[in-house]
Write a protein that binds this ligand. Structure first.
Ligand SMILES: Nc1ncnc2c1ncn2[C@@H]1O[C@H](COP(=O)(O)OP(=O)(O)OP(=O)(O)O)[C@@H](O)[C@H]1O
Length: 577
């Protein structure tokens, strides 16, 4: 593939059926046999009244949406799928990590997309792009502190770093004032001079803005009502007896016709332009202005290992700066550990308090379940939009992202469990044996990972609100069948067998063994008689159904299987569109 060749997109008989209704049972035709051509090296604006199908058309052509779409989309005569790596899609909202600086964001884009070390040539390319996008001087600014216009420009800059030949932008001027919108389009104009093919939807374009476009593609009710240059629009309208008043913006006039202000005349427009097949009103305007100096580069595809490493590096940078997610989470675990320690002060070796000690274990597990669960619920909903943008633009695959996320979160989870366990263990006077402490730590760590998985599973359902409702429901099943409130032997035989389906049941078994098992010596007894002074007597009463090894194996398997299911759900969601 010649990377310096202009890429022209042609689409024909494009249909898009969306689903509507509560049960998604109603089909609605959004794009109707629509055709068109976006000339390589030109700047195209897709315009149309609100709800006319601009975004649907853009998404269909960019292959951002695939479900319900039929028709042909070709790039220079070949299937558009072959040009996957040459396409960038800039979404309407700029989803980026606010805790990275502008320069860091650019560097990670390079590392993840291109997979080559940051050579002086690449650094100078980044500086050039930042200058071009008027972001020089903001290199060290956190993305969360950028203005709307700066965010928009940065989101475009991130996508052009690897020289994609085709760039799609959805509502590239939405949320920007007229000066910022003008600046943004001017920038796109500059990219077009370099040979990029750029297509963007525009909501309310001014004449001044539209004059910077080579090609206008107008849509109404899912069909093409005009394609060609702005200059030729008046000629087109004249051919079907529309005379645009001299003081009018011709596009506004076209939109008024599309909105049936002059009677139902949309059919005339569609017939005249043959629903996008008629190319008589198009002409290349600024071809000759293409810069000779800017050559497109074909970059290598990064390896799995390099992408994993860069994603982990990026996650660590974000985690270390995220007060709520990291530091508050650490502090909360320490606080709860100390609180539990004071509440159950020095009961651990007292034979008359064995049931208090058992209740302590239950309390410890439930606290850890909830701190772990809630720490992860919002993780996917907050990452989701960034992952979606980056995965669609071929930065990396969702699988690598998931693995990187798990690995980088591991140290925090370990520290959280230790911060909780150490004060609790010492203050409640549990046996000072390293092996027992280690065994207890392992059970709680696995419990924490499994609870995190429930949070992630709930969070993988798109909305935070839904996740917050689903998560406690998923957890109730675990708690009810955990063997803490009622022992397995006392439950109905039908329910009893279900205890084996919960990781919390195994965690309970494991905690009983670590605290009262492993040949623990006799407890102190200050009363005349302590029935449970011998810990094995208590274990007999509490009834053990598993060995410590079984507990570890089952909880580990539970954790791995649940993680794989979550990865599959996230992968599916990212591909489902
Ligand atoms: N998945 C879907 N299922 C059902 N209807 C849909 C779906 N997607 C879009 N629509 C409908 O299709 C029509 C076109 O939507 P689209 O977002 O493409 O319009 P638009 O021209 O970009 O609008 P705006 O300028 O207001 O953003 C709208 O009526 C919208 O409600």
């Amino acid at each position: 593939m010649d990377v310096n060749k202009n890429l022209t997109i042609r689409f024909s008989d494009l249909n898009y059926y969306g689903t509507d209704g509560l049960l998604k049972n109603k089909q609605k035709q959004i794009l109707k046999n629509i055709n068109g051509r976006f000339q390589g090296g030109e700047l195209t604006a897709i315009v149309g009244p609100s709800g006319s199908g601009k975004t649907s058309l853009l998404n269909a052509i960019a292959r951002y949406r695939r479900k319900g779409i039929s028709g042909n989309i070709k790039v220079n005569g070949d299937d558009i799928k072959l040009y996957k790596n040459q396409i960038a899609y800039v979404m309407q909202e700029s989803h980026m990590y606010g805790l990275l600086t502008v320069l860091e964001s650019m560097k990670y884009a390079v590392k993840l997309k291109i997979g080559i070390p940051l050579s002086p040539a690449i650094i100078s390319k980044i500086s050039k792009i930042l200058k071009m996008f008027s972001l020089e001087g903001h290199e060290k600014t956190f993305v969360k502190h950028l203005s709307g216009g700066q965010c928009k420009r940065l989101s475009i800059a991130l996508e052009i770093i690897n020289d994609p030949k085709i760039i799609f932008l959805d509502e590239c001027t939405s949320g920007l004032d007229s000066a910022s919108s003008y600046q943004c389009i001017k920038l796109l104009r500059q990219l077009v001079y370099k040979g990029h093919t750029i297509i963007c939807t525009i909501h309310q374009p001014s004449t001044l803005m539209l004059e910077m476009f080579d090609h206008i593609y107008a849509v109404a009710n899912g069909q093409c009502i005009y394609q060609g240059s702005l200059k030729n629009l008046l000629k087109f309208l004249k051919e079907i007896d529309f005379q645009c008043p001299q003081t009018y913006n011709p596009i506004d006039y076209l939109m008024e016709i599309a909105n049936d202000i002059y009677g139902e005349r949309n059919c005339d427009l569609i017939n005249q332009i043959e629903n996008g097949r008629n190319e008589n009103f198009c002409h290349s305007l600024k071809y000759e202005e293409r810069s000779e100096t800017d050559e497109f580069e074909a970059y290598p595809i990064p390896t799995f290992n390099s992408q994993l490493l860069y994603l982990m590096q990026r996650n660590v940078s974000i985690i270390l700066r995220d007060f709520t997610y990291t530091y508050f989470r650490l502090f909360a675990h320490l606080f709860l550990g100390v609180l539990v320690g004071f509440t159950f002060w020095q009961i651990g070796n007292d034979a008359s308090s064995v049931f208090k000690d058992f209740r302590l274990l239950i309390g410890v597990m439930i606290l850890l379940v909830y701190t772990s669960l809630y720490s992860q619920i919002t993780l996917f909903p907050t990452h989701n939009k960034v992952i979606k943008r980056e995965c669609f633009n071929n930065w990396y695959s969702p699988r690598i992202f998931n693995i990187a996320l798990f690995i980088t979160d591991c140290p925090i989870t370990i520290v959280c469990v230790l911060l909780f366990l150490i004060p609790m263990y010492i203050m409640t006077n549990q046996p000072p044996e390293l092996f027992r402490f280690g065994s207890c730590f392992l059970i709680l760590l696995l419990l924490s990972y499994n609870s995190q998985n429930i949070g992630l599973l709930a969070g993988s359902v798109k909305s935070v609100l839904l996740a917050l409702i689903i998560a406690p429901f998923l957890m109730i099943h675990q708690i009810a069948l955990s063997g803490t409130f009622i022992l397995q032997k006392d439950a109905h035989p039908l329910i009893g067998s279900l205890f084996k389906t919960t990781f919390l049941n195994y965690a309970t078994e494991g905690m009983k063994i670590t605290i009262f098992g492993f040949n623990r010596t006799q407890l102190d007894c200050d009363d005349i008689y302590c029935h449970y002074a011998k810990p094995e007597k208590l274990l007999q009463f509490l009834q053990l159904n598993s060995t410590y090894e079984e507990v570890i194996i089952v909880m580990t398997l539970y954790m791995i299987i649940l993680r794989i299911i979550i990865m599959m759900i996230v992968n599916f969601q990212l591909k489902a569109k």
